[in-house]
Design a protein around this ligand. Structure first.
Ligand code: F6R
Length: 241
């Protein structure tokens, strides 16, 4: 694993954006696996700035997102489709038809997950998967569990995740209780993985994920078995290792 130490959130975002930019420059028709949440916001902002000054071209890029709340449509401003539109898709020249986010409006969980799994296969797998890290060690919405789940699946969000995400909603009651998430197989089969982590509140999760036992109780710990993982983390997030 390659650990890149950043000074702070801004520095982390610049460095992570540089890794993504290199991927797009090296392979313009690459498949990016994308994440939502606070961690990648600065990374996307830097990518948008490089697109605006002509340094990056997204016209041949395909993207596949990690997850989506079950029950939310893309029009809902809390949906992950909306997040991606707001922070990246509407601001660069990516072909929106080649941006794939699980369909939160599909009530049939099995169908929604099968479609997303098939999409990942159809686009030829993921060249570079961007990930954030949950306080409980989750990646995507692969929550701590007794076993790893390989394929895209519907999850019941844990109380810790609901509480962490309530800041985006009017109240904790408004946070959806279920989400569709890419499974561990697609993440592990991504040719490269880039994890962005910031803040002292993530330090314990970083320590457990990368320096603790490999266990489904800390889903990110499976990344210890991936052959090409880059962790870009700020000093606060690295403070326990
Ligand atoms: C988001 C996702 C989640 C987040 C994680 C960290 O698509 O899959 O695993 O990456 O919850 O969230 P933030 O960055 O908001 O701390």
């Amino acid at each position: 694993m390659n650990i890149i130490r950043a000074k702070d959130y801004h520095d982390m975002s610049q460095k992570a954006a540089a890794v993504l930019a290199a991927q797009i420059i090296m392979k313009p028709d690459c498949v990016l696996g994308l994440a939502t949440g606070s961690s990648p916001v600065g990374t996307y902002a830097q990518l948008v700035a490089w697109y605006e000054n002509g340094a990056l071209d997204f016209s041949k890029v395909t993207s596949v997102n990690l997850d989506e709340y079950k029950g939310l449509s893309g029009d809902n401003d809390q949906s992950y489709r909306h997040f991606m539109d707001q922070h990246l898709f509407s601001k660069v020249n990516i072909d929106i038809q080649r941006t794939f986010v699980p369909d939160g409006t599909e009530a049939d969980s099995e169908k929604a997950c099968q479609i997303h799994e098939q999409t990942i296969a159809d686009v030829g797998g993921i060249d570079l998967q961007l990930l954030g890290l949950g306080h409980n060690g989750h990646i995507g919405f692969n929550e701590p569990a007794d076993t790893f789940t390989a394929e895209t699946h519907c999850v019941d969000l844990t109380e810790s995740t609901i509480q962490a995400n309530r800041r985006f909603f009017a109240s904790a009651d408004d946070v959806p209780r279920q989400a569709y998430t890419m499974g561990i197989r697609a993440i592990m089969q991504a040719r490269k993985v880039l994890l962005v982590v910031s803040g002292a509140d993530k330090a314990k999760a970083v320590k457990e994920a990368f320096f603790g036992p490999i266990t489904p109780q800390v889903p990110a710990s499976i990344l210890q078995l991936h052959k090409d993982v880059t962790l870009v983390a700020d000093e606060a997030a690295l403070s326990m290792i």
